[in-house]
Design a protein around this ligand. Structure first.
Ligand code: ADP
Ligand code: SF4
Length: 673
């Protein structure tokens, strides 16, 4: 039974000609599957609808090859040939009584059009986003007519595919309609440039075209950036009053966002729940139309407050709906403690940046709904009475024990220490990483409800013990440890180190601290950990020099869209950054650094060394037992990959062996005649 204070979230909301059955609105989000994996994509959206999201949208969908989103794998609706994959998505969403929305996009100067090779076009002669060596050309009036006609034709195709809601997209610095609106990109002096009515002209025209084409058969949404966060150079929040005077009543629903994508999907390291509220407050009062907005909203109380205080009509979510596609249902059924809260890590976003199907740290079924038949809530019942021992209570072991328990197996989870959580316990204590503990909290909460799972803490098990216990299966999830010899990507042999104390991330996370106040931290791991440890040490008053062979600090966090913020935070914390340098030797109080470009060396002084390079799996137990370990004990990786492997183990148990067959379903392009 749901708590009456959440009733407001389950009120229907009219969106022009259609009605959302509640206030939960899955805003468009990328997924790395798009037009390449259309069925996997469709089924993933269907699961969201099943989980109670009243509106479920696509990612951005390009509607003509004159502006393609390549090499990202997004949606595509170029001609009628693309309609069937959209019909499939719409069907999946409709099966569960939700509305299906499509976000049509003209990327313009945000894309180099690498696929179609058609020179990109935007409001002005300006280079495309990123460093692709190509410029967008300034659109002529004929080009503008082409864009309007093509957009309108795509709206027609979207209607034929069955969509209930069609987006006019002017947000995320990804859309020509935004670029025309923005004084940062629009340098024109014709009737499409200059003052706000001129800059808004194309957006208004496309909105009017779309309304006319929809003709009451589908709602028209407008996604708008309310502040580009680039000061007076760009669109500012103050301009919204005038903009809404012009077009505020046109769309059936407003979808508001702030900044660019990296702001919109701010990680928990740099943001907090409802951080967008300060920018959204007052927008609703500018229009009679409903407003949806995001803000890493995972808590139903925050959602109620935002609706109650007149900030939003609909609760927008991408990441919270990825981590828990059943979030609305769980609130509706009064099962708040079953909510799998997003940790704000942006591993989901890395799917888009790496052009691979979306994955999620909290929800291992994300992207696997169709490929592997994994469901975020339902589990295949056990196929035998086997008793299973899971060794290790980190993310892999927790997930394996939980999923096996939900399948109905009798499970014992043995953990050597006093606390479940493994690596997450330490990492969640890093500055800005507190929300990561949700990986542990969710699973411990679920395990507590499973009578068939027994948890044994302070139980470091040996191979002999395991053999004695007589379990039918063992999942060895004993994790990994950081190397202290510097071996990793750059060095395949130990780095010679003399005369200073050496610490690893394990030492620091266990509470040890460097003996000296001057520390060199060598980061050859390149994800968040090196930077976060440097930030932690600097915050405690240690003088830290972060050395990395990469050109950027925490370079892989480009894929989580955090890199620039990490760099800024480290500089603010007083960490000295030495990029594109290798650490080759430490002797006494000196570390010798060599430029990875020129080979030129220089020395820095240090009293202590922290090595963040590579890990070794704790696989002794697995080897002694002759079983394949899971998670980091098999191959150290992300928390997301450990969770995924825990689920994979649970899913594979008692499943028929697949041999060398491809272990998941895929779609193969139909060959042309
Ligand atoms: P993963 O990310 O693969 O889940 P972690 O390193 O986070 O790995 O967690 C591994 C867990 O396994 C830790 O909590 C550790 O204490 C526990 N562990 C390691 N060896 C044993 C063992 N022999 N018996 C029980 N628990 C173990
Ligand atoms: Fe949230 Fe991380 Fe999952 Fe993305 S990957 S939805 S940020 S928990």
């Amino acid at each position: 039974m749901r708590d009456a204070r959440y009733d407001v979230l389950f009120e229907p909301v009219a969106l022009g000609p259609v009605t959302a059955h509640n206030r939960f609105f899955q805003v468009p989000h990328c997924n790395g599957m798009g037009h390449r994996d259309p069925t996997a994509h469709a089924v993933m959206r269907g699961v969201k609808a099943e989980g109670g999201w009243a509106v479920v949208c696509t990612e951005e969908v390009d509607f003509h090859p004159d502006s393609d989103t390549s090499g990202f794998i997004e949606g595509r609706l170029w001609d009628d040939g693309d309609i069937p994959m959209h019909e499939r998505l719409v069907d999946q969403v409709h099966t569960h009584g939700s509305l299906a929305g499509i976000e049509l996009v003209h990327n313009g100067m945000a894309s180099a059009n690498l696929y179609g090779r058609i020179p990109p076009a935007g409001p002005s002669h300006l280079p495309v986003k990123g460093y692709e060596p190509i410029q967008a050309r300034a659109m002529t009036h004929d080009d503008i007519d082409d864009l309007r006609r093509r957009h309108r034709a795509a709206v027609g195709r979207a209607l034929r595919a069955g969509y209930d809601l069609v987006y006019v997209y002017a947000a995320h610095n990804l859309s020509t309609l935004q670029h025309f609106l923005s004084p940062r990109a629009n340098l024109r002096d014709d009737d499409y440039g200059g003052n706000l009515p001129n800059r808004a002209r194309l957006l208004r025209e496309v909105l009017e075209d779309t309304l006319e084409e929809c003709a009451g058969r589908a709602a028209v949404a407008c996604r708008i950036v309310v502040d580009e966060l680039s000061g007076s150079e760009g669109i500012e929040r103050g301009e919204m009053d005038a903009l809404f005077e012009l077009i505020g009543e046109l769309p059936d629903v407003w979808d508001v966002m702030v900044g660019a994508w990296e702001d919109d999907s701010l990680t928990s390291r740099f943001g907090y729940e409802a951080w967008t509220e300060q920018h959204f407050r007052g927008i609703k009062q500018l229009t009679s139309k409903p407003v949806v907005g995001i803000g890493w909203l995972t808590s139903p109380d925050t959602m109620v407050r935002l609706v109650g205080s007149g900030v939003l009509d609909l609760i927008g979510a991408a990441r919270p709906s990825i981590a828990d596609p059943f979030l609305p249902r769980k609130i509706e059924e009064g099962r708040l403690d079953d909510i799998r809260e997003c940790i704000g890590c942006n591993v989901c976003v890395t799917g888009d940046w790496t052009m691979t199907p979306i994955r999620c740290t909290q929800n291992p079924s994300m992207g696997e709904e169709w490929r592997r038949d994994w469901h975020p809530e339902r589990y295949r019942p056990r196929a035998s009475d086997a008793k299973v021992l899971v060794v290790g209570g980190g993310p892999a072991g927790l997930e394996a024990a939980m999923a096996l328990g939900k399948r109905g197996y009798e499970v014992t989870l043995a953990e050597a220490t006093r606390e479940l959580g493994g690596r997450v316990l330490g990492e969640a204590r890093l500055p800005g990483h507190a929300a990561w503990i949700r990986v542990v909290d969710y699973r411990c909460g679920q395990l507590a409800k499973l009578a068939n799972v027994e948890i044994a803490l302070e139980s470091e098990v040996t191979a002999d013990e395991v053999r004695e216990y007589g379990f039918d299966h063992v999942a060895v999830a004993t994790g990994s440890r950081w190397r202290s010899d510097g071996v990793g990507r750059r060095h395949r042999r130990p780095i010679p180190v003399e005369g200073v104390d050496v610490l690893t991330p394990d030492d620091l996370l266990a509470g040890e601290r460097p003996a000296g106040a001057q520390v060199v931290l060598y980061d050859d791991d390149h994800y968040y950990l090196g930077g976060a440890l440097a930030e932690m040490l600097a915050g405690e008053g240690t003088r830290v020099t972060l050395v990395t062979p990469a050109a950027l600090v925490s370079e892989w966090t480009v894929n989580t869209m955090e890199q620039a913020r990490i760099h800024r935070r480290l500089v603010d914390a007083g960490v000295e950054l030495v990029t594109a340098h290798d650490l080759v030797v430490v002797d006494g109080g000196e570390a010798r650094l060599v430029s990875t470009f020129t080979g030129r060396a220089h020395a820095v002084t240090l009293e202590s060394l922290v090595l963040v390079t590579a890990r070794l799996p704790n696989d002794t137990l697995a080897r002694e037992l002759g079983v394949t370990a899971i998670g980091d004990a098999l191959a150290p990786g992300t928390i997301a990959s450990a969770v995924w492997d825990g689920r994979r183990f649970a899913e594979d148990l008692d499943a028929p062996p697949r041999g060398d067959a491809v272990p998941f379903k895929r779609e193969i392009v139909a060959l042309a005649d």
